[in-house]
Design a protein around this ligand. Structure first.
Ligand code: GFB
Length: 435
């Protein structure tokens, strides 16, 4: 459905706690049907989840808004919760209240659904910004019925102490750091087993307020609109990175890796709705890219995660096999580990993207992660880390750029794994669906 648009008149408010102004995010034009009342969906994800699972939860929420708007009678806007307090972002810089536009191109999002930054929602609804209904999604304390997952939902007592509190008739919470300027009117725990398409009934008919917050949004499943569906890929395709981050990545490719879109056959249409690359059409730059997940993946003795020396052994083998002399490493490893790896690969040229301190301040750890993903996505051959959502997002990016599947869906093996098991458990292949 093509949604017709009008420009929301946004009032620039100076909020005491604000760190970014609506102007920075350039939200308008927000595209809405003038005649229908607007409802706002806000969402939050389990505190410990990382950047790349959160991006998948975005697709769930975005597609839910798309379904709601297609069902008609109401028009919904997805409000994007600022980034911050992500466990993995440990650089000693302030990384809270980060707008999505710092990482992503919101004009691309808006080709899929209407979105706005939290700051813009706050400007529209006034001060304090009131969330009419907050639902904290949770599982059923008694588990599944007869061992079966069936769709159901019920308002229930909270399973765990919640971080939302009712004080003097108002609901208080962390609210992305806007503890004073955002308030809730009501709060419930909702036990739920629903896929997103079913949950639209709840939002449309049972939740009555204008602004609704769904916390623990990852509890809802894609269900029938998972990676095998066109709808999932519409949401995924709409997630384009910010131009600034792609430019940093492109410059690095050109300077160090002899890689340009013209030579690599990775030119993109600026409008993702027009881009349909055949798998196998991209060549990629003359380098190998590896995503080597370390840090918390080393805990819990995952047998699929290689030691540095075993990783180096596999990287060297791939370089020889593919007749390449350069390898780009995307990794969360500390510099000392990266040096060990580099030394083990003595005769090859090993690259890592290291931001200048000015760049780091500007783009943060999230931006560095995206630059790494972007460079890895353009390599002639890629191998990632087992079950890392960081690697999954690179697979998707490469498939959208048109890389042949065999150059994409690969991972390093752990030395404690049976090589036959590793070969069997190479990443699952989900290909873009265009119609
Ligand atoms: O993105 P993410 O959820 O992927 O979390 P996983 C990993 C985070 O670590 C990224 C950093 O968002 C980055 O901040 N990181 C990892 C990297 N690899 C790289 C890299 O190559 N380059 C850069 N610059 N940063 C999940 C965790 O991790 O795995 C959960 O989020 C949990 O907490 C789960 O541990 C098992 O899927 O790899």
């Amino acid at each position: 459905m093509i949604i017709r648009y009008f420009i929301l008149a946004l009032v620039c408010l100076t909020l005491a706690e604000d760190e970014f102004s609506p102007g920075e995010t350039a939200t308008s034009p927000n595209e809405m049907k003038a005649a229908l009342p607007v409802r706002y969906l806000l969402f939050e994800v389990n505190y410990g989840e990382g950047f790349n699972l959160r991006r998948d939860v975005y697709i769930r929420m975005a597609n839910m808004v798309k379904f709601l708007n297609e069902e008609g009678g109401q028009q919904w806007v997805l409000v994007l919760p600022p980034w911050g307090n992500i466990y993995h972002w440990q650089s000693p810089i302030k990384q809270t209240k980060i707008p999505w536009s710092r990482f992503f191109d919101l004009d691309s999002f808006r080709r899929h659904i209407p979105v706005m930054e939290l700051a813009d929602w706050m400007a529209v609804v006034g001060t304090p910004a009131v969330i009419d209904e907050i639902y904290y999604l949770q599982t059923y304390s008694e588990g599944w019925v007869d061992g079966q997952w069936t769709e159901r939902r019920d308002i229930r007592p909270c399973n765990d102490p919640s971080y939302y509190k009712k004080v003097d008739g108002e609901v208080e919470g962390h609210f992305w750091g806007y503890t004073k300027t955002i308030k809730g009117k009501s709060f419930e725990c909702l036990s739920v087993q629903n896929e997103i398409k079913t949950f639209t009934d709840f939002l449309r008919d049972e939740a009555k307020g204008q602004s609704i917050l769904i916390d623990r949004g990852e509890t809802l499943t894609h269900g029938r609109y998972s990676e095998w569906s066109k709808e999932w890929w519409l949401g995924r395709r709409s997630i384009r990175f910010s131009k600034k981050l792609m430019d940093i990545g492109d410059e690095f490719r050109k300077k160090h890796l002899e890689s340009t879109d013209e030579a690599d056959l990775t030119l993109m249409d600026s409008d993702w709705t027009k881009q349909q690359k055949a798998l196998g059409s991209a060549l990629g730059g003359p380098y190998l890219a590896i995503h080597l997940r370390r840090k918390d993946f080393l805990r819990g003795s995952r047998k699929e995660v290689p030691s540095l020396s075993f990783a180096a052994e596999q990287i060297e083998k791939l370089l020889v096999e593919k007749s390449l002399s350069k390898v780009f490493i995307a990794t969360d490893a500390p510099e000392s580990e990266f040096q060990v790896l580099t030394q083990s690969l003595g005769e090859y040229q090993v690259y890592r993207y290291v931001p200048t301190s000015e760049q780091l301040n500007e783009i943060g750890d999230g931006g560095v992660a995206i630059v790494d993903q972007w460079i890895a996505a353009h390599a002639r051959y890629f191998a990632g880390t087992s079950v890392s959502t960081f690697s999954f997002r690179i697979h998707e990016e490469r498939s959208l750029l048109g890389f042949p599947p065999d150059s994409t869906y690969n991972r390093l093996c752990g030395e404690k794994e049976d090589p036959a098991d590793c070969a069997k458990e190479q990443p699952g292949r989900w290909f873009p669906k265009y119609d």
